[in-house]
Design a protein around this ligand. Structure first.
Ligand SMILES: *Cc1c(COP(=O)(O)O)cnc(C)c1O
Length: 220
């Protein structure tokens, strides 16, 4: 299967998960994650209809974007990977939304390096995994309040990368916990779910799913 077919199949699975959960497919945005993917394949996905792309490294995103300038105004570019404060300026220039704000320090750096309003999500390490980025759940409310005071940052929701486990059902409680946290903060977006678990994430309320392999990986 090619990229267009993969994309169509992913949309179908999203629609199925929405139907099971009594949700509308328009409530869920598919963000195609293009790390390690060539510019030609990104173009192919764009031609198939993808309008949200995600990258996890500033350097790689910067290298690729020069080859996509003709279509750049027509898609939304998401930063989904760990971001260091010293790359905040470049990230704010490259991306339309930063999904991986994991500290007040990084939020301040982004705020001071951007001239325009910048939508952000707060990344949460829901399961408290060691060595993984993201705020601890009990730190999110205070951080969100502080970040909301920064003039140019718009806190639009929460994001998580779920633990890698044997079956998607095992991460359902993680997704549910993030949704409850999002609700308690009165935020809009919930970015959760990847190739291995996006249907469960949608059943638990995801508004953005970040999908890489299901769209770009060659068939096995
Ligand atoms: C790579 C990546 C994804 C996509 O993962 P797949 O398993 O390929 O769908 C989503 N989110 C983040 C933060 C990633 O780094």
């Amino acid at each position: 299967m090619g990229i267009a077919e993969n994309y169509a199949a992913a949309l179908k699975r999203i629609a199925g998960a929405c139907a099971r959960a009594g949700r509308r497919p328009e409530e869920v945005t598919l963000v195609a994650v293009t790390k390690t993917v060539e510019v030609a394949a990104i173009r192919e996905a764009f031609q198939a209809g993808v309008r949200h792309f995600g990258e996890n490294r500033v350097q790689e995103a910067g290298d690729k974007i020069t080859g996509l300038m003709d279509i750049r105004p027509a898609f939304t570019f998401h930063m989904v990977g760990h971001l260091q404060s010293n790359k905040a300026g470049l990230a704010a220039k490259l991306f339309d939304v930063i999904e991986s704000v994991d500290s007040v320090k990084l939020a301040r750096a982004l705020n001071s390096r951007t001239a325009r309003p910048l939508p952000v999500l707060l990344e949460v390490n829901v399961a408290g995994e060691a060595g993984k980025s993201g705020m601890k759940t009990d730190a999110v409310a205070a951080a969100s309040r502080e970040i909301a005071l920064l003039e140019r940052l718009k806190v639009e929701g929460l994001m998580t990368v779920a633990p890698v486990v044997g079956s998607p059902e095992m991460v359902r409680p993680v997704f549910r916990q993030l949704r409850e946290l999002r609700d308690s903060l009165g935020l809009k977006h919930l970015s959760m779910g990847m190739t291995g678990d996006f249907e469960v994430a949608i059943e638990e309320g995801a508004t953005m799913v970040r999908i890489g392999r299901a769209i770009f990986a060659p068939p096995r």
